[in-house]
Design a protein around this ligand. Structure first.
Ligand code: ADP
Length: 248
């Protein structure tokens, strides 16, 4: 990665899906750059293309046209095994439905990505303890998910997403199954981890109430970016770049 490369570069990306005898354009010529250390929300109504964009950045899906570069690497040039290595080592995922393994304890769920990477057992112990401490759940390490609250389960999922020290954490509607208090706490927790560990977070939400303290908000409508807003100061003054809406 050259010092000038952004962590993520989305370059004129379009994603179409076949639907019946037609196609749906989920993303329409989207371009976006995200630097290391940013905390960014992708906001927009249901169906606006948020999940599609996150799946493309996370290399779970491929664009119909355009390119995604992660730390300067053009992901379209990677083989399937290089793509899965990039995903496993550089990216952490948080899902709307938590996706914890029900028969594992919180600690075992967090440990799982390290087992897949072949990290030694002593290193795993240290890192799992550290990740659970980072999300304030050290005392719940031995509980199974069914004994944890929704908010606690999502914090375990965040610990699992950061335990392998990724460059980028992607969270697709991470608050969709939480009440407002837990949702706000989860966004605050991710923001704290962004600040304290320098981790880059990109999360999606359709809930405007959660965006008050988010320094950068990219708004999608009908598969197009309609605005990209950066806060200028801690008082929340915002610099909004309004982009041309979809013309197609
Ligand atoms: P959001 O996350 O903002 O709700 P999505 O990215 O899930 O939006 O979807 C954007 C558009 O693309 C929607 O019209 C959706 O129906 C369509 N879409 C997404 N994934 C698929 C798919 N696998 N097959 C067909 N259409 C899809």
């Amino acid at each position: 990665m050259a010092p000038t490369d952004p962590l993520v570069r989305v370059d004129q990306v379009t994603r179409k899906f076949p639907l019946d005898h037609n196609t749906v354009t989920a993303l329409d010529n989207v371009s976006l750059q995200i630097d290391a250390g940013e905390f960014l929300a992708i906001s927009g109504p249901s169906g606006s293309g948020k999940s599609t964009l996150l799946n493309l950045i996370g290399c779970i899906d491929k664009p119909t046209s355009g390119r995604i570069l992660i730390a300067g690497t053009d992901t379209s040039r990677l083989s399937p095994s290089q793509t899965s290595t990039l995903r496993r080592e550089r990216i952490g995922f948080v899902f709307q439905t938590f996706n914890l393994i029900p028969v594992f304890t919180a600690a075992e769920n967090v440990e799982y990505p390290l087992l897949v990477q072949g990290v030694s057992s002593s290193e795993r112990r240290t890192r799992v303890a550290e990740a659970l401490a980072n999300v304030g759940l050290s005392a719940r390490a031995q509980q199974r998910p069914d004994l944890l609250s929704g908010g606690e389960r999502q914090r375990v999922a965040v610990a699992r997403a950061i335990v392998h020290r990724p460059s980028l954490v992607l969270a697709d509607e991470p608050t969709a199954n939480l009440d407002t208090r837990n949702a706000t706490q989860l966004i605050d927790l991710m923001r704290d981890l962004n600040r304290s560990l320098g981790l880059t977070f990109i999360f999606s939400t359709h809930d405007q109430r959660l965006l008050e303290h988010t320094p950068r908000i990219v708004r999608l409508t009908d598969g197009c970016i309609i605005s990209d807003t950066h806060s200028e100061s801690s008082e929340g003054a915002r610099n909004e770049q309004v982009l041309t809406a979809c013309v197609s």
